[in-house]
Design a protein around this ligand. Structure first.
Ligand code: ADP
Ligand code: MG
Length: 704
């Protein structure tokens, strides 16, 4: 019976192959998809108003009887956006309705087919905006429901009505009717897969009424309970699939690293700074994980500049001191090179087992000879720490005894890239790092399979970056400010949103401005340029020169956004700042304020909209990356949300951001369930098991 839910929608009444295609575009392929295609929002059309009490300008619902109807075809001329003036016969269909309090005229334009439904004597419910026309009240193009037609259900009026996301050629009415048909036929056959005791404990609605109340809620509280019930189930399943994967992974015997305190102390002593207490706390978590026999899967979060790299390096040291290899994967060549340099210098004075620690760099621009040598040295364990880009997930690269894997700035990798490095190393300990703070609920969903550590504080003595928002009129002040700082020995970034001057947009492009600045404004200083279309070598070259202090000013596009660390750089100017998202600006700003100097970030923008100016002012007043991310999510809304999904957001059938509490409870319950029934063998858990394999085939693959 349940099988019928997977039936292709082409075979449903009222849907042919053409409509089916349109629905397919919305991701609806089966009857089940219809049932779970939840409304984007609702409209309360349930409160009936007496005709005598209607108010002009408001959307209201009436229930009335049709007295009569008429049709006219005036010749009309009107203006259309695309084609200028148009002349055509209009079709105006008009009815007069009456309730116990009065009469009202309703009109529809160009829908002549309506006359077959609106016969005098019929009862109707109408919903629409009341206007004044020719001195009388009128409803134009109202939504309607004819009460004595074949369908007894009023789906479109006189109730809380679902509004779905649709594409052209599909109408709300049509979708409501189809969904209602599916609900009537299939809901009675729906079985709950959530175990009874859990439903009891949290007073969860049964699945059938939940689905019904998501589409056609009796009232708002009913819709809210339904939403919670469905979110619970969705998150429960997700967490369960991750939980099973973890159980399997935990059965794999990982590597238990011995803690060699003497060696680690020596490493710590050799650092040019003292670890913050937050770093120490996180390192303790890392040590405990790496000492245990279970493979580690840990996410390390921390704002830009909080010092995550050293935590990762600490892990590498644990591996080295046990005779194992480490792999350090980063998203860009520049970052790979930077990490390679800093790791090398930080371990240069250390020896283990009588020999120096060998660090190597592998990126896609390594030439064939270098590459072959590295492959050989990695295979023979001559290389202890391998730093690189996704070149590290090449098939042919083989480690002799890899025990520790770091993935930096993981949000820049797709989930699958992340997973491929992980599958390469079933039993290694993994540390995944990110500097994109996201709201807690979202973190629990995206990283449901990981333990989370957070570096909460910035290194001591860091002065918060001062941020300014100025307009074009202050340009010469900005240039003077840069000169002053460069004179004092500091370095500066100037960031542009695009590379080439484009004709349509008056944007300052990096390349042309670079020429201009170098020749005219900063002629006595050393100015460099990096952007995404430069050859890899040139780009890294300029970046290296800047890092080595051979350039004073670096003109660039957003390629410097991720991870680059130049502690002497203390000024950043962002041109056309309104073109960047808040989180992006925060990442950019994180490139300065990394050393002991007071840093300054100047946002230049002539943005005129309220909203853009408010966003830039927010950058001036807020420095906490977490708060900025929340604000970004609020203001940019679904777009940003979608971006997150691309970064590995699993498909849930309801928006997960609505209830942190539900998500938390579901997580606890999964834990309890898996303790009792780790193989999902109990009878009451068969529904869950079945659904899991149908819903998350992807995760199953990585479980195997
Ligand atoms: P992120 O967390 O953004 O990856 P990094 O690891 O690149 O940050 O660290 C930023 C800078 O702070 C680096 O120059 C690093 O050497 C320095 N740093 C890290 N930890 C400390 C500390 N405890 N005290 C002072 N400086 C530190
Ligand atoms: Mg970093």
């Amino acid at each position: 019976m349940v099988k019928a839910l997977t039936t292709d929608i082409r075979y449903l009444k009222g849907i042919g192959p053409k409509r089916a295609k349109l629905f397919n575009n919305l991701g609806i392929h089966s009857i089940e998809d219809f049932l779970y295609y939840f409304p984007r929002r609702y409209e309360d059309r349930s409160k009936l108003t007496d005709i005598a009490k209607l108010k002009i300008g408001e959307y209201q619902t009436i229930e009335a009887r049709i007295l009569g109807s008429g049709e006219s075809r005036p010749f009309a001329k009107w203006r259309e956006e695309s084609s200028g003036f148009r002349r055509r016969f209009l079709n105006i269909f008009e009815i007069v309705v009456e309730d116990s309090s009065g009469r009202l005229t309703c009109v529809w334009f160009n829908q002549p087919y309506l006359k077959q439904y609106f016969k005098p004597g019929r009862e109707v419910v109408l919903y629409g905006k009341i206007d004044l026309y020719g001195g009388r009240l009128q409803m134009q193009n109202p939504e309607y429901e004819i009460l004595d037609s074949e369908s007894k259900d009023n789906l479109n009026c006189g109730r809380i009505v679902p509004i779905y996301s649709l594409v052209e050629k599909l109408s709300q009415r049509m979708l409501r009717r189809i969904v209602k048909g599916c609900l009537d036929e299939y809901l009675p056959k729906f079985c709950d897969i959530l175990p009874y005791d859990i439903r009891q404990r949290y007073n969860l609605l049964n699945i059938a009424s939940s689905i019904l109340n998501m589409h056609f809620p009796e009232d708002i509280p009913a819709q809210e309970s339904a939403y919670k019930r469905i979110l619970f189930e969705e998150y429960f399943l997700l967490q369960l699939s991750f939980g099973l994967k973890r159980l399997k992974a935990d059965k794999i015997r990982g590597i238990s690293h011995k803690i060699n305190e003497d060696f680690l102390n020596e490493f710590e002593k050799g650092l040019p700074f003292e670890l913050t207490s937050s770093q120490k706390k996180v390192i303790a978590e890392l040590k405990a994980d790496m000492a245990s026999l279970k493979p580690m899967h840990r996410l390390l979060q921390g704002d830009v500049g909080s010092g995550k790299t050293i935590v990762a390096l600490y892990g590498c040291m644990l591996a080295v001191s046990n005779g194992y290899q480490s792999a350090f994967m980063v998203p860009t060549e520049l970052l790979a090179w930077q990490h390679y340099q800093s790791v090398r210098s930080q371990v240069s004075s250390l020896k283990y087992g009588g020999r120096a620690i060998n660090v190597a760099l592998l990126t896609s621009s390594s030439n064939k000879k270098e590459r072959e040598k590295i492959y050989k040295d990695v295979k023979s364990a001559k290389v202890d720490i391998l730093v690189g880009t996704h070149a590290l997930i090449q098939e042919h690269l083989e480690f002799k005894n890899l025990s520790f894997v770091v993935i930096d700035e993981q949000h820049k990798f797709g989930v699958h890239q992340r997973l491929s490095l992980l599958t390469k190393t079933v039993n290694a300990d993994c540390l995944i790092m990110t500097a994109t703070p996201i709201p807690r609920t979202l973190a629990m969903i995206i990283y449901a399979d990981l333990d989370i550590s957070t570096v909460e504080e910035l290194p001591r003595g860091r002065l918060p970056v001062k941020t300014y928002f100025v307009d074009e009129s202050r340009r010469s002040w900005v240039y003077d400010f840069i000169k002053e700082n460069v004179q004092a020995g500091r370095q500066a970034y100037i960031v542009y949103p695009i590379i080439d001057e484009s004709k349509t947009l008056d944007l300052k492009a990096a390349s042309s401005m670079y020429e201009d600045l170098k020749k005219n404004v900063f002629s006595q200083y050393r100015v460099g340029l990096v952007h995404g279309r430069l050859k890899q070598k040139e780009r890294s070259g300029a970046m290296r020169s800047f890092k080595d202090g051979k350039l004073d000013i670096l003109v660039s596009t957003v390629v410097i956004e991720v991870g680059i660390d130049v502690s002497n750089a203390s000024v950043m100017v962002v041109e056309h700042a309104e073109r960047f998202g808040l989180s992006q600006l925060h990442q950019l700003r994180g490139r300065i304020g990394r050393g002991k100097y007071q840093s300054h970030c100047i946002l230049i923008s002539d943005a005129s909209t309220q909203e853009a100016r408010a966003r830039l002012h927010a950058m001036v007043s807020v420095s906490d990356g977490f708060k900025i991310a929340e604000r970004d999510l609020e203001t940019r809304g679904p777009g940003e949300f979608f971006g997150v999904r691309q970064h590995g957001m699993p498909e849930l059938r309801v928006n997960p951001l609505g209830s942190w509490e539900v998500i938390n409870i579901a997580k606890q319950e999964v834990k309890t369930l898996l303790e009792k029934d780790p193989c999902l063998g109990l009878r009451q858990n068969q529904g869950l098991k079945h659904t899991l394999s149908a819903r998350f085939p992807d995760y199953e693959k990585f479980m195997a």
